[in-house]
Write a protein that binds this ligand. Structure first.
Ligand code: 6PG
Length: 249
């Protein structure tokens, strides 16, 4: 499938379109297979999407929805930087999702052990044999101003990881480990949606969406048999020359 770019007027519309896509995919996955698997992104952008889901999508089949995390900082769950904490505060504590449906990265462990433990959680959930790759129904991703996504940072070792699903990735610029899904997991997803908002992302979004040169980790996300949607608001898309703005309903 090709790359889709959807430009919406503002952050509020981006939140609404992202939440509608979550609902669409959740309802169809539950109808078809009885469950919906989604990997949440961390950072700031998705917080308002998650809040909207909590406020206006309480009737989703939360008991059939399984939440994973695309990446996690190497901190305990109660730490202010924890992606799990952000998702809990904005969404998970506000919807009737069973505790066992939330697959947290145990980032309080030593980094390699946390990666191994999460890899096992993913393997078990997807009943993985040794070679299969999990196929998430939806992966939300963000875009860093250095072109990273999840915790796949420029120059980091995990960029070249092709056998593990989860990596404990040393991030030089932060002098710390991050836990992250690897590219094969992202690229086996049924749908990946990048959420990009704000003028500060305009330059990097324009660079990343150029077909060449390929120099940013986010440019290596292309689901082999799935949909890739770049969802950006007008501020973030302000430098894109070839947008055909499609205002979402
Ligand atoms: C994280 C995210 C990271 C994030 C980007 C964009 O753990 O921080 O997974 O990849 O999506 O850094 O972050 P913002 O949405 O805060 O700009």
């Amino acid at each position: 499938m090709g790359v889709e770019i959807k430009i919406v007027p503002d952050n509020a519309t981006l939140n609404r379109v992202a939440a509608q896509e979550f609902q669409r995919l959740a309802e169809s996955a539950v109808k078809e297979r009885g469950c919906f698997s989604v990997a949440l992104s961390g950072g700031n952008t998705p917080r308002s999407v998650y809040s909207l889901l909590a406020e206006q999508y309480k009737t989703l089949p939360w008991d059939r929805i399984h939440i994973f995390f695309g990446d996690e900082r190497h901190v305990p769950p109660e730490h202010p930087d924890s992606n799990f904490r952000m998702a809990s505060e904005s969404l998970l504590s506000r919807v009737p999702i069973p505790e066992q449906n939330v697959h947290r990265i145990h980032a309080e462990l030593e980094a390699a052990a946390a990666a191994q433990e999460y890899e096992q959680q993913v393997r078990e959930f997807f009943h993985l044999m040794n070679i299969d790759w999990p196929r998430f129904d939806l992966v939300f991703l963000g875009l860093g101003d250095d072109g990273h996504t999840a915790s796949l940072f420029p120059g980091s070792a995990a960029l070249s990881e092709t056998s593990r699903r989860v990596a404990a990735n040393w991030v030089e610029k932060f002098q710390c480990f991050r836990l992250t899904f690897t590219f094969p997991v992202l690229n086996h997803a049924a749908e990946v949606v990048f959420l990009v908002s704000g003028a500060a992302k305009a330059e990097i979004l324009n660079d990343v969406l150029k077909p060449a040169p390929k120099k940013y980790p986010a440019q290596s996300v292309h689901p082999e048999d799935g949909r890739l949607l770049w969802l950006a608001d007008q501020d973030a898309a302000s430098l894109l020359q070839f947008t055909t703005p499609s205002v979402s309903q």
